[in-house]
Every structure is written in C-alpha cells, then in structure tokens.
Design a protein around this ligand. Sequence first.
Ligand SMILES: Cc1ncc(COP(=O)(O)O)c(C=O)c1O
Length: 428
Amino acid sequence: MAFLFRLKYNFPFTNQGLGGVFSQENQVSIIISMDNIRSYLTHLECTNCQQQFSAQEIHTLCSDCGKVLFARYDLTSVKGIWKKSDLLGRRNDIWRWFEIMPVLSVENVISLGEGATPLLHAHSLGEIHDAKQLYIKDEGLNPTGSFKARGLSAAVSKAKELGISSIAIPSAGNAAAALAAYGSRAKMEIHVFMPNDTPAMMMREAVVYDANLHLVDGLINQAGQELKASAKNWFDVSTLKEPYRAEGKKTMGLELAEQFNWSLPEAIIYPTGGGTGIVGMWKAFDELEQIGWIGSERPQMISVQSEGCAPIVRAFEKGDSHAELWEDAETIAPGMRVPVAVADYLMLQIIRESNGTALTVSDAEIHSSIHRIASQEGVFAAPEGAATYAAYEKLLANGHLQPEMSVVLFNTGSGMKTPDLITLPKKT
Ligand SMILES: Cc1ncc(COP(=O)(O)O)c(C=O)c1O
C-alpha cells in the first residue's frame, strides 16, 4: 500500500540506480538513498545588521538588533557538487532539497510528506480573462491542509536536532494545526495559542494531535503576548522569530522554479499575514541563482491582504519601510488577520525590489472568489487563497498586470477548514 502511495508521485527512474525499497521516517518508498547527501548549512545571519550566529545553538531573533535571522549555506560548495539531475528519484517532499535545508542529520527529519504540491494550469479562469498562463499552486493538498506544514516540518525537525522537547506557537490557526501534527510525531510537548474565534476545525486539529490548546481573547499578536507572559520554558516558534520555518517555506519557491523548468513566472500573488511565504520564496530564488540554477530574473511579488487588516498594504502605499499595528483587524480569512508582523521590513523590501505591489480585497470579493475558483477549476480554496484571484482580477482591471503574463496564484490552504463560509441551499 505504502509502495503504491509513493509511486503515485511518479518518480523518474534514473541511471543513478535505485536505493531499493528504502524506509525512512516510516515511509517505505522506492527512492534514491539519502545516505551520501548532506546539508551545507553554515551559520545564521541577521537580515538587518549581518551579525552571525552559530547554527548549532538555539537562536530566535538577532540578539544585537532584534531583527530576523536567516539560515546561511556554503553555496559555493553546493554549486560545485549539486546538479539538477541529482533531484531525480529523490523523495518527493521538502527534504529532497536537503543540501540547502537546515537539518544536518536525516534522522532528525520529521516529515508527513509535505510539499511537492501541484502547479495547476487554470484554463477556465484564464479563459475568462483571455489569459493563457494563469496557474494555481495548490498548497491545500499539504498535510494539515495548508502551506504551514512546510515551515513546521522544518522548524520541528531542527528543534529536535537542537534537543528541544517542548514547543509553543502563537497562531492564526493553520500554523497551530501544523505544529500540533509535527510536534506530536516528534513526541514533543506542544502548546498552541490562538484567538478564541479561530475556525473550529483548526482548534479540533490541535486537540486531536494532543496539543495543549490556549484560547486567547484577541488576535495572533495577543496570543504571542500571552505565550511570552506564560514565561514557561517552551521554545517559541513564532513566525520569523524562529529562523527555520522560513526554510520550509522557501521550498515553495524551489518547487516553482523546478515546475517552470528553471525559469520563474512573471508574477506571484500571495496572501499575506506574517509574511513567511513571500520572504521564504524570495530567499529560495536568491539561493538558486547563487548555485547557478536560475538567472537573475525575478517575478513581481504581489502581496494581497484583506480590507479589514492591511498593515503591509498601508505601509507600501505610504512608502514606509515598517508597518504600523492595524487596529481592530477583522476579516473572514483567518490567516490574513495578522495586525503586526516582525518581518514587515523584509516583505516591504521584497515587494519593492521585485517591482511588485500590495493591494487589498474585500471579504465579499474573497467569498465570491472561493465559489469562482471551485466551480471553474475544481479547487476548494481557503479564503486566503481565494483572495489571490480577487487580487488578480483587480490588477488586470487597473492595468498593473496584463493577460499575457505568466502569473501564479497561491492557494495557501484548503477551503475544507472553513466550511461555514459556504451556505447550503435551503431545504424545500
Ligand atoms: C491559509 C493561509 N494563507 C496565508 C497565510 C498567511 O501566511 P504568512 O503568515 O506566511 O504571511 C496564513 C497564515 O496563517 C494561512 O493560514
């Protein structure tokens, strides 16, 4: 059964020879053995003051300036030894990029098969706009139903490697669900802090994985404060306050490059909360260029937020390099109900450097886009993912994007987690 399950991913058989039936992390698969593969992680580096830190020790934000730390790799060596063809036949999850992933020993990898999501050609939606190159990257197919699985697989694996046994997160919902799943697989003590009006399914996920659920009267920033105030010895894996979740997220960018045959689309539209998606993918493109796998062209990185919570859009429009707290945030898209983000400066830099933009959509537009994407493409998108299509329509209408451009909409999660957004017809 497991054998057939892996075959559905259609591993190409290569002249490198097979690793045989190979059991790793309880997945029995025909894949090339990872035995002789290693990570080229070297250190952590502050994205603001460039201070360096050991990657063998536990770090969160830069202890000098309080900004985000990035994992750094010996990319010169990677360039010398790593070929695209080495990917053929490898396990088909985020860990196939092991050379530029932050875990040193493959035994520490905690995986549920995250990543390797499809890039769907959105023919029908495209036809409406005369757009032949519109795509949906469907992250709803990840374990725990969202792209958060990628980041939490990386963070939990690295935490295990660093000897951490109790772990906590403030979350808008999906990240908590993912931490609960990966943390339970790693046999860790898990604490999740989320708003008390988070969609019920995300709370249920935390419960079923046996995480300790802390409900907070407020939003994700309040959840973060309560976690901090609890002053327990739990390792806090808050968005980008912990350096390795972004490494998991960057695999979305690595996959896109591979799926576009080592080029990139002209624009990526991403629903933005804490910003790991945009930040992670941009880092991926930079690393791929440094190892010579792609050129210097970049997609426009386009951030979409909800009218009811748009700190990044407001800062972008004002020309600011930091985003102020958004008061009284409210939207039907829980993952975009993030009133303040530690990586605001990175997101704003990336959007500007890429000649991208930032825009809002209304809850009503999100709502109708859920139906439109489902009925046209067969994808039941999370409200955050649906927001990208609403944004695409607006950007075509105002001329920022043209129909002939290749554009990827990121559906970051499954609509099945927010069933209440779909109204059933009345019984007759
Ligand atoms: C489905 C979904 N999409 C998008 C986001 C926003 O992601 P990020 O915080 O990385 O910007 C979230 C965050 O919770 C989410 O759950």
